[in-house]
Design a protein around this ligand. Structure first.
Ligand code: PLP
Length: 373
């Protein structure tokens, strides 16, 4: 039986999640909201975690149900799961020894920060915090290079920030929380140059929301440039955030090294159910396209509506929107929580900013009408 969380536990748990998402505790919630659940059943609209509101693919649902009869088995005893990494690698046009599956890409990011710990890390600020925070926690020096005025990674400044001791570079493209995407060629050139001296990790959690993800991914660089690593997730376009699966694509030598940290070189940290759902979801292009299209509609509606209220949003390439709050007098996310909307806000050197995830069109209409009120 589950026991109700007390206020302090709830605060602790959710403040950690908020920090991982790149936002500080004060922006996370207000005391008044702490004891409420995070779900729609309590009348809350959750636009705080960049989830996909359309749910998992019907094919993934079917696969999950089918796999229930194998839930008592280890995955190496389930024949249909034996080819997971092979199928994944075929889908992404790499070889099976170039991928390693993880329990969400968060696990991949933490693992990379811990593994490549013999030097400093260069990254952006603000950025998705899991990898930099893990690095800081284990004593790695982290150099944080501010995004440009347009909220894009400042690649020349990041290159200048690298020194002889730089072991790792982390870039989230498209970026979180700013939702911007780097010009493809500039990022490629950067990856090739920087990877001569350090491991370059490109986090492509949101790449599937771009018009042509295949042409934007850095995965094809991996063959010739063994220090480049790409991290992907099933949490966003596949809507599988609660199922926890992501993966790392890299040179076979790096994948082998990382695999040694795994229990008997296995993916036992990912459940049979999750693996089966991921395999089925890969085959449901139609569901992904439909999510992407609905996301794009909700995005242009929201950006236009916010523009009508004089909020100049950063052009978004993702399933969330980043916008300056001008001289908003209070704590924006606290105030929105009073109106039953969960979103993020924070204060940066250039002022206050909000980040709202894209929910369904209905949810975004409610959000906009609350903003107007
Ligand atoms: C840029 C980025 N990378 C990685 C993650 C982690 O996602 P997951 O662990 O669910 O794969 C997130 C989650 O929001 C994210 O925004």
């Amino acid at each position: 039986m589950s026991t109700p969380l007390n206020r302090r536990d709830w605060l602790k748990r959710n403040s950690l999640a908020a920090i991982a998402l790149g936002f500080s505790l004060p922006s996370m919630a207000n005391e008044e909201g702490l004891l409420r659940s995070f779900g729609a059943e309590k009348g809350l609209i959750n636009l705080g975690s960049n989830e996909n509101p359309y749910g998992i693919s019907p094919k993934a649902k079917e696969a999950l149900l089918g796999m229930l009869t194998e839930a008592h088995r280890y995955q190496f005893n389930v024949t249909s799961l034996g080819g997971f990494e092979k199928e994944l690698s075929q889908y992404y046009k790499v070889s099976a020894d170039q991928v390693i599956a993880t329990a969400g890409s968060g696990e991949a990011l933490m693992r990379l920060a811990r593994h490549f710990n013999k030097g400093n890390l260069v990254t952006a600020t603000p950025t998705f915090a899991t990898l930099p925070n893990t690095a800081k926690k284990i004593g790695t020096k982290v150099t944080e290079v501010p995004l440009t005025k347009e909220k894009v990674h400042d690649l020349p400044a990041m290159m200048r920030a690298m020194d002889n001791n730089t072991k790792l570079v982390y870039i989230c493209n498209p970026a979180n929380p700013s939702s911007t995407v780097l010009p493809k060629q500039a990022l490629k050139d950067f990856c090739i140059e920087a990877s001569k001296n350090a491991i370059v990790v490109i986090d492509e959690a949101y790449i599937d929301f771009l018009p042509d993800p295949e042409s934007e991914t850095m995965i094809p660089l991996i063959d010739k440039h063994p220090n480049i690593i790409v991290v992907r997730t099933f949490s966003k376009i596949h809507a599988m955030a609660g199922l926890r699966v992501g993966f790392i694509v890299g040179h076979p030598a790096i994948i082998r090294e990382l695999d040694e940290d795994n229990f008997y070189y296995s993916q036992l940290n990912i459940s049979n159910l999750t693996l089966s759902a991921a395999l089925a979801s890969l085959k449901d292009e139609a569901h992904r396209l439909s999510c992407k299209q609905k996301n794009a509609e909700a995005r242009s509606y929201t950006i236009n509506a916010l523009a009508g209220m004089n909020y100049k949003c950063i052009p978004s390439s993702t399933n969330f929107i980043f916008f300056p709050l001008g001289n908003y007098p209070g704590d924006f996310s606290k105030d929105m929580l009073q109106k039953n909307v969960i979103l993020r806000s924070n204060t940066y050197p250039d002022g206050k900013w909000g980040r709202v995830s894209l929910g369904t069109m209905d949810e975004m209409k409610q959000f906009i009408s609350l903003m107007k009120s």
